[in-house]
Design a protein around this ligand. Sequence first.
Ligand SMILES: Cc1cc2nc3c(=O)[nH]c(=O)nc-3n(C[C@H](O)[C@H](O)[C@H](O)COP(=O)(O)OP(=O)(O)OC[C@H]3O[C@@H](n4cnc5c(N)ncnc54)[C@H](O)[C@@H]3O)c2cc1C
Length: 395
Amino acid sequence: MNDLTCIIIGGGHAGLHSLKAIKETTRGMANGRRIRFVLFDKQPGHVRKVLLFRPATSGEEIMIPWTHYLSEGVEFVQGTVTSVDSGEKRIRYTDAHGNDARIHYDLLVVAVGSIVRRPDPDQGGIALTDPQAAADIRERWSANLRKAAGETNPEERKRLLTLAVVGAGISGIETSAELALAMREEASALGLNPFETSVYLLNAQERLFPGGPEKVGRMLELTLSECGVTVLHNRKAMREEAGVVTLSNGESLAVGLSIWTIGLIPNPALRSMGLPLTPEGQVLVDECYRVKGAPGVYSIGDCARIVDPRTGKADQMRCGEGVIQADRLGKIVMADLEGRPAPVHKSVPLDFFCIGLGENRGLVWGRKWGLNMIITGKPAWKFRNLAWDGGSMLR
Ligand SMILES: Cc1cc2nc3c(=O)[nH]c(=O)nc-3n(C[C@H](O)[C@H](O)[C@H](O)COP(=O)(O)OP(=O)(O)OC[C@H]3O[C@@H](n4cnc5c(N)ncnc54)[C@H](O)[C@@H]3O)c2cc1C
């Protein structure tokens, strides 16, 4: 009998964990047929998206070659999937050489994720969107520091040593903390006073971490200030032009560079893939991640709108949620293949966040039954590292 082909589109956190979960629950067989797994991704390796700020601060490599994830029965195809023909059970893609190609599937997991939101082009600055943008950011602030070392005009020198991070979500918090520490270190190496460097974090809200207790917001702000970050609340950056960031309250900041970390949006490529979408652009799935009207097709992670049927609560675009969905997807696929009732989505049973604040500093916050749990300092940093590595299956 022929093999069954299971295709996973997207080797991000959700796609990789789906591949593992489906492979493990099915043990590579369904109804006496061998399952052939094919992982598709447009990139030459898995990008550790949660560490996107690292190439911007330290130049760290965050792409892991696919060979790390491939095992027996799993193939990898580098290609950009352009559409899904659910009637013919085929996907269409552009391969690494730019050729148009098609491949048949029996089971399909769509995990094409999200992209980082960009400001309008006339707003200036640089968005932390991908490893190349991150490398450009590192090049720009290091060049500014080198220029500052030879600058005699004190105002210009101050500007060159100042940087603004626009957007104070978790990504902005982590980026600003690591940037402030990296800038201080590089300033010292150049013979500059490290305390002359400044990083501003621009927060549109009135406090940090509005989804958790006020105390957590205050603790984050205190640790950020120890790293050298000044948080400006209730201010939106309107635009950066010629080294000046104009703020919504009429103030302005002279900066050498502004970096925008203003959230995620569902992958816009979904708009032309031929799958049913919500108005916001996420794939419409049922409570078992099955794509509506497309037999054998499932979708999870940032690209899918996944709702807990008991509470009506939708999962957020977060790595943690995607990994839990992927584990459940393994059981769902197995149940569907065997014609049994499948497990149903449940939202994560507790509010839980862990935030890295630079080497040996972090904050973990969880809430269950109204009780808050907070871990700080080195233990939180260790926890953070475990979560980062776990998300990319490096542990
Ligand atoms: C800077 C930053 C920090 C973050 N920090 C955290 C955090 O601390 N905790 C947390 O839980 N979440 C965090 N997130 C969010 C987290 O990164 C996402 O929730 C997670 O990456 C979603 O995983 P995913 O697999 O659904 O999608 P993605 O990680 O976006 O992966 C999608 C994959 O699909 C591939 N792809 C896209 N389009 C196509 C196509 N057409 N054809 C083929 N392949 C395609 C991409 O190359 C990619 O490999 C952070 C995000 C950013 C940007």
